[in-house]
Design a protein around this ligand. Structure first.
Ligand code: SER
Length: 633
């Protein structure tokens, strides 16, 4: 049976024989990439080369890239989710395309690794009329030929809406057309989520069929992208040939690129026909080193995954803290500590962490460093020093936090947030030890609360505006505390979006006539001759919420007033502006933005932080002046 090390080196050799240069794995912390906190795919460090800059190693590259993805962190504990993984990758930077990529990867999986081709199913892009991007029949033809060569008649079928459980099921298909929700790849996701000038393209994924029974919990019909566990994606060839333009449409990039990525452990799972990712050699050795039997498997998997990720993150320079990367590391370490402590706890003293967890986890770090020694150099001393420091901090706050938790009668999201803020108690502990008191607390609500807090404090509103007074462009408002200030800031950015959306729906005759923001709602007055229809109100609300959903950056530029006026930024004719003004804009460049206004701020950093905007009322205030009220959830 091939080991993960052997699979990695065979892959690299295979592509080197086909003219590829091996490049080293980049750091987990992307340099000069503001779109993501961590490197989550092999292509991220290569973005500029897709856009045309020549790579010093040529136009064919291969590597194994360390990746860390936080989206699935809460799923870790089942048999297939991990945060850290290695992604095998090969790239064509304006060199070969579909006709080489698909045969090569198929041959590698089937001939080099010996995967049974009857277990392989593939998906292709079904096209997107809205953007004028055709369906990928070329890949279908290539796949058909490849399967035919190994004696399989591959039928191509359309799957219907993947979000509705693949409405029509397998239909005897081998090649499946999916829309851009599944078969389109960019760093930001599907086409509508992509910011302007972001590259992306249709992709073709390869799935391994474990042959397990479909679990109807995941939808009425099984299909390759079903989450029930029967199918697992083992590789993705992205045909990176499009670029999103300023007007939101797509144009071809100057060159056609291929971006292939395949999770090493997933490929290993297919080779060894193992549905449990934690039974793959790289993780199994960690699971085996932990105390507890199968009943403790969830905790053991969390520990193994989190410690491995922490070891790599620390090596790449992350230190525990309360925000961004540091927060993720803190979360990994603290969750691992809690689960290790639970594995060892005798059950009597819930208020203290067990004494033995430190030794267990340090031993695990040692194993991780040894295991990867041939491929990546991990910084053993630094890992242990960071772990010990964090463990000490956590130990001190843990006991006081637990005492406080005991005193509460119920623990809802704001109480939980307080426990986290003051004592560092993570969600797991509050949930686990809060018992029935915390029954209504959900991870989603907790994370949401945390997110709003984290990002808004980062926006630096407090620092810039001093204390808790907020100077809005519409007047002054005293916010009692941080929470009120956050709310007002969200409403303030919502006002800008509503203003722009009103103009989009009703035309440029809409001009601000006044605005007032409290901690409850925004009131916005504007010039317009008649009552708005229900439909118009809905449209305005929808447009503003689409911008919220796209989570666009809110940016600010300071410039002389005369220059700012030329940009077409909106201003409130009653307000007095100085010689230098700030222009806040949302969505792309200053020129191509959705909304731009003269404004003193503060605003949220990204529109996603606003929450859902609801227009609650529309009325007349004077002849030719309308008023809307809106709230944010
Ligand atoms: N970028 C693609 C992915 O992450 C393929 O490498 O799936």
């Amino acid at each position: 049976m091939l080991t993960s090390d052997e699979i990695r080196s065979r892959y690299i050799d295979y592509y080197m024989q086909r003219g590829h240069t091996l490049i080293p794995s980049s750091s987990l912390l992307p340099e000069g990439d503001v779109t993501t906190l961590f490197t989550g795919s092999g292509m991220q460090p290569l973005i500029k080369y897709f856009l045309g800059e020549p790579h010093p190693c040529g136009s064919r590259l291969v590597d194994s890239q360390k990746c860390f993805r936080t989206e699935d962190i809460d799923e870790v504990g089942d048999n297939r989710h991990t945060t850290f993984f290695e992604m095998l990758g090969n790239w064509s930077l304006g060199d070969y395309f579909k006709a080489e990529q698909l045969p090569w990867i198929f041959e590698f999986l089937v001939k080099e690794l010996g995967i049974d081709p009857t277990r392989l199913y593939v998906t292709v892009f079904s096209g997107e009329e809205k953007y004028g991007i055709p369906k990928d029949d070329e890949s279908v033809e290539i796949w058909r030929r490849l399967f035919k060569k190994v004696g399989i008649e591959a039928k191509a079928v359309h799957i219907g809406d993947p979000d509705r459980g693949g409405e029509v099921g397998m239909q005897g298909g081998r090649i499946f057309y999916y829309n851009s929700k599944k078969n389109w790849w960019s760093r930001a996701g599907p086409p509508e989520k992509m910011p302007v000038r972001e590259p992306g393209g249709p992709d073709s994924e390869i799935f391994y069929d474990f042959g397990t029974l479909h679990d109807p919990k995941y939808g009425p019909h099984c299909h390759p992208n079903c989450e029930c566990g029967r199918f697992m994606e083992i590789g993705n060839s992205v045909f990176m040939e499009y670029n999103k333009t300023d007007n939101g449409r797509f144009e071809k990039l100057p060159q056609r690129n291929v971006d292939f990525g395949g999770g090493l452990e997933r490929i290993s799972a297919a080779v060894t026909r193992n549905t449990d990712m934690f039974a793959i050699d790289t993780l199994k050795c960690l699971i085996d080193a932990l105390p507890g039997g199968v009943e403790a498997m969830r905790s053991k998997r969390i520990i193994a995954d989190h410690m491995r990720a922490a070891a790599f993150l620390i090596t790449d320079g992350v230190e525990p803290s309360n925000k961004d990367r540091g927060y993720m590391l803190r979360k990994l370490l603290r969750r691992a500590i809690i689960h290790a402590s639970m594995l060892e706890r005798s059950g009597d003293d819930a208020n203290n962490l067990s004494s033995g967890y430190g030794e267990t986890l340090e031993r695990l770090f040692g194993l991780i460093c040894d295991e990867y020694a041939g491929t990546y150099t991990l910084n053993r001393e630094k890992i242990l020093a960071v772990f010990r420091g964090e463990s000490q901090k956590f130990r001190n706050t843990f006991t006081s936090g637990m005492r406080r938790l005991e005193r509460y009668e119920t623990v809802e999201v704001n109480t939980a947030f307080k426990l986290y803020e003051s004592f560092g108690l993570p969600y797991e502990v509050i949930k686990e030890f809060g018992g029935s008191k915390a029954a209504s607390l959900t991870r989603e609500a907790f994370e949401e609360r945390l997110d709003v807090h984290r990002k808004l404090s980062r926006a630096g509103a407090e620092k810039k505006f001093g204390g808790h007074g907020l100077i809005l462009d519409t007047g002054e408002l005293k916010a009692k505390d941080q929470a009120e200030m956050e709310k007002v800031t969200r409403l303030h950015t919502a006002t800008h979006l509503l203003h722009a959306a009103l103009r989009e729906v009703l035309g440029d005759e809409v001009k601000q006539a006044g605005s007032d923001i409290t901690t409850e709602r925004v009131r916005f007055d504007f010039s317009f001759p008649r009552k708005l229809t229900e439909e118009e109100i809905k449209k305005v609300e929808n447009i503003a919420n689409q911008i919220v959903q796209q989570n666009l950056k809110v940016e600010c530029r300071e410039m002389p007033r005369s220059e700012a006026e030329k940009t077409g930024a909106l201003f409130f004719f009653k307000a007095k502006y100085g010689d230098t003004v700030k222009v806040y804009y949302t969505g792309g460049s200053l020129e191509g933005s959705f909304s731009k206004e003269f404004c003193g701020g503060p605003h949220v950093e990204r529109t996603g932080l606003i929450g859902r905007i609801r227009i609650t009322k529309e009325e007349a205030v004077a002849a030719g002046v309308r008023r809307i009220r809106a709230t944010v959830d």
